[in-house]
Design a binder for this molecule. Structure first.
Ligand code: ATP
Length: 202
């Protein structure tokens, strides 16, 4: 899965619409301390469905919205669009005809996040699974946060195992199993209710 472009508007320090082109080969981002290099990596993790505000250095998810400065008012929403080359046709069937996938996440104050793939509204889970199935995603060990290495060294064996599972590409399957288990539980509850109704009328 190749990322080709990241577009940001109102995300953290990127108040103006900003485009980062990701050409084949190595892309480097350089700049002075505090210019927003880490914010770019966070935008990438955020658009892939990150759920932990803490891992994005915030207290709540709305902290990713431009908070304003002395000279500029805060914004009401933040939006990030990640363009993905779909030449290897890894997308779910309904999007698989497209050669490029534009994955959008938008957060509005007081209204939470909304996701789209090529303009069509999808669930957070659809976006998370799209990237997990391609061996990447918001929690991919390929995206290394500041301080993450020392966190990993000090972490519990279960947490280290999670990192290995991400690297092995099984986390998408785990998420699907969890979803299937929830559906099974729902079906069992419905069956129990049905049995109660049958018992009542017989
Ligand atoms: P370093 O090289 O020191 O690691 P960096 O280039 O990675 O720095 P970032 O950490 O990405 O810089 O950016 C930090 C800047 O982003 C700070 O100036 C901070 O005020 C700004 N920032 C973070 N969140 C917001 C927000 N919600 N609204 C406005 N500015 C924000």
């Amino acid at each position: 899965m190749k990322f080709t472009q990241l577009r940001l508007a109102g995300f953290k320090s990127f108040v103006e619409p900003t485009e980062l082109r990701i050409d084949p080969g190595l892309t480097g981002v350089i700049g002075p301390n505090g210019c927003g290099k880490s914010n770019l990596l966070e935008a990438l993790r955020w658009v892939m469905g990150a759920t932990s505000a803490k891992s994005l250095r915030g207290d709540g998810m709305e902290d990713v919205i431009f908070a304003g400065t002395d000279a500029r008012p805060s914004r009401n929403f933040a939006e990030v669009v990640l363009s993905v080359d779909n030449a290897d046709k890894l997308a779910p069937a309904r999007f698989n005809d497209a050669d490029t996938l534009d994955v959008t996440r938008r957060i509005t104050r007081g209204a939470g996040s909304a996701y789209k793939i090529n303009g069509e509204e999808v669930r957070a889970k659809d976006v998370q699974l799209l990237f997990m199935d391609a061996g990447t995603g918001a929690n991919s060990p390929a995206l290394v946060r500041q301080g993450q290495i020392s966190e990993l060294i000090a972490s519990k064996p279960q947490n280290r195992r999670r990192v290995l599972e991400e690297a092995a590409g099984v986390s998408g399957l785990r998420a699907r199993r969890h979803e299937a288990e929830l559906r099974l539980k729902g079906a069992e509850t419905n069956l129990d209710r049905l049995q109660e109704v049958i018992d009542e009328i017989t």
